[in-house]
Design a protein around this ligand. Structure first.
Ligand code: 1GP
Length: 239
C-alpha cells in the first residue's frame, strides 16, 4: 500500500468450488487485483478453506489471505489470516475471545497474522446480524473515527470499514474521509462496491484498499469489475 491503493478480490469457498475459485482468481489478478481474500460468513471448514486456498495458490502468484469467520476457517494452504477484532460487536468472543483459541493454531499452521480492526457500518448485512454489531450509523463519521482510532492506538496495523457483503451502497464517502484524516494506518473499504464511480469516490476519500466479492460472484470478471480495477490503477498513478 506504500505504492498506492490496492484491490482485494473476496472469494467465498462455500459459494465457489475450487475450480471456480481458481478461475475467478486468475481473471481477477490478470486485471490487476493484488491479493485474494478467502472467506464467507457461515459454514466454513478447514478442508473447504484448504481446497480453495490450494486452487487459488495454483492459479495465481499473489497472497491468499483468510478472512475468517472463526477458528474453523484456518488452513495452512493459505499465506496469511486477517487476525481481526470485530470492534463494534456485542459478542465478546468476536472482539477477542475466539482469538485466544485461534492464536495457537495460527502459530502452529505457520500463517502470517495480519492485525486488523474490523468495523461494521450500516447496513452491515449478514455480518452485522451474525456479528451482533452496534453498526456505525451512516451519518456518524465521528463514531467511526472513535473506533478506528482506538484500533490504531491498540496497535492494530489496519482498519477495515465494512458495509456488509451485498450492501445496496458502499461505506459513505464522508466516513472514509474522516477516518483517513484521523488515522496513520491503512484503511480497507468493502461491502457494496459495484461500480467504477463508487470505487473512484472511495479512493479519492483516502481508501488504501478496496474489497469486492459479490461482483465477481455474480458477473465473473466483467466490465464493472474491470472498471473498478481501472480506478485502482489510476489512483496508483497508472494510465
Ligand atoms: C464483504 O467487503 C466484502 O466482506 C465485499 O463485499 O460482496 O458487497 O463486494 P461485496
Amino acid at each position: 500500500m506504500a505504492e498506492g491503493p490496492i484491490h482485494f478480490t473476496l472469494i467465498d469457498p462455500d459459494k465457489s468450488p475450487s475450480e471456480v475459485a481458481g478461475r475467478v482468481a486468475a481473471g481477477a489478478v490478470a486485471h490487476g487485483s493484488h491479493a485474494i481474500l478467502l472467506g464467507g460468513s457461515t459454514g466454513m471448514t478447514p478442508s473447504k478453506m484448504g481446497a480453495t486456498a490450494q486452487a487459488v495458490k495454483t492459479a495465481v502468484p499473489v497472497p491468499a489471505i483468510i478472512f475468517p469467520e472463526g477458528p474453523g476457517s484456518l488452513s495452512p494452504e493459505a499465506d496469511a489470516v486477517l487476525f481481526m477484532s470485530l470492534l463494534n460487536s456485542r459478542r465478546l468472543d468476536l472482539v477477542v475471545r475466539a482469538h485466544a483459541k485461534a492464536a495457537p493454531a495460527v502459530r502452529a499452521l505457520g500463517l502470517e497474522p495480519i492485525p486488523l480492526g474490523y468495523l461494521v457500518i450500516e447496513p452491515g448485512m449478514r455480518v452485522g446480524e451474525v456479528g451482533e454489531v452496534d453498526a456505525v450509523p451512516r451519518d456518524a463519521p465521528d463514531v467511526a473515527v472513535g473506533y478506528a482510532l482506538a484500533a490504531q492506538y491498540l496497535g492494530m496495523r489496519f482498519v477495515y470499514l465494512e458495509a456488509g457483503s451485498g450492501a445496496p451502497a458502499p461505506v459513505p464517502v464522508p466516513i472514509v474521509r474522516a477516518v483517513r484524516e484521523a488515522l496513520s494506518i491503512p484503511i480497507l473499504v468493502g461491502g457494496g462496491i459495484r461500480s467504477a464511480d463508487e470505487a473512484r469516490q472511495l479512493l479519492e476519500a483516502g481508501a488504501n484498499a478496496l474489497v469486492t466479492g459479490t461482483i465477481t460472484e455474480e458477473e465473473g470478471v466483467g466490465p464493472a469489475f474491470r472498471g473498478i480495477l481501472d480506478e485502482v490503477r489510476r489512483a496508483r498513478g497508472g494510465d
